[in-house]
Design a protein around this ligand. Sequence first.
Ligand code: OAD
Length: 240
Amino acid sequence: MHELAELIRTNQPCVVLTGAGVSTESGIPDFRSATGIWKQYDPYEVASIDAFHRDPERVWEFYALRLDVLADAEPNRAHRALAELEARGLVQAVISQNVDRLHAAAGSRDVIEVHGSIGAADCLACGRHEASVRELLPFPRCADCGAILKPGVVMFGELLPTAAIDRATALAQTAGLLLVVGTSLEVWPVAGLPGETLDHGGKLAIVNRDPTPFDDRASFVAHGSAGEILAQCVSSMSSS
Ligand code: OAD
């Protein structure tokens, strides 16, 4: 993975964009692979804002299951490699679509969570933010006004948190290299970030098991395990 290491070194600042594929090696399924969550569930039934208004109990049943899977999950080699690159001053920030907090658990300090966080919840009635929702399950209600809380993740049909997506866009535009890891790049507006980097003169590197729509515009593409490839990249830097 010497080529990727060189690209990172010579195209600073390097910004990372991750998706569910960075966490599959921690035992968390992704969404669109053969074993992905959306093969089992219809997102519009369990993860859309319309579903939340229609049937919040069903939505919370789904998120309670996901919280259970995440409760025991630990960061894997990919999260740790990205944290190591940040600690060495070679990664400026990690933009993540994941809601599992594993980048922070691995030691990444500058993480932009553009799809929110599954551990939190919000009251749509009075605006209260609940930082830790697990103990309020199975059917979390607002401690202030009693309304049913909404999961702290961005649901289909909702806008992304403005500050987060604005910062992510600015970082993508000023990146010398956008390192994309474990995302199908199918969900907008995040799927537009690689185009922002390229349009502003930056380069793209992609580490993903399956092909993505941006592979043919990338300076480096590796189809394989994010944990293996990123760990090799870091160790090739250590040995050179
Ligand atoms: P997807 O499931 O769409 O894509 C995950 C990608 O990671 C796939 O292309 C896999 O090939 C790849 N992958 C899986 N395991 C991998 C591994 N160990 N190493 C390398 N690559 C691996 O997930 P996202 O792109 O994150 O949104 O999905 C984007 C958004 O769609 C999610 O944030 C979620 C979902 O609906 C919301 O819930 C709002």
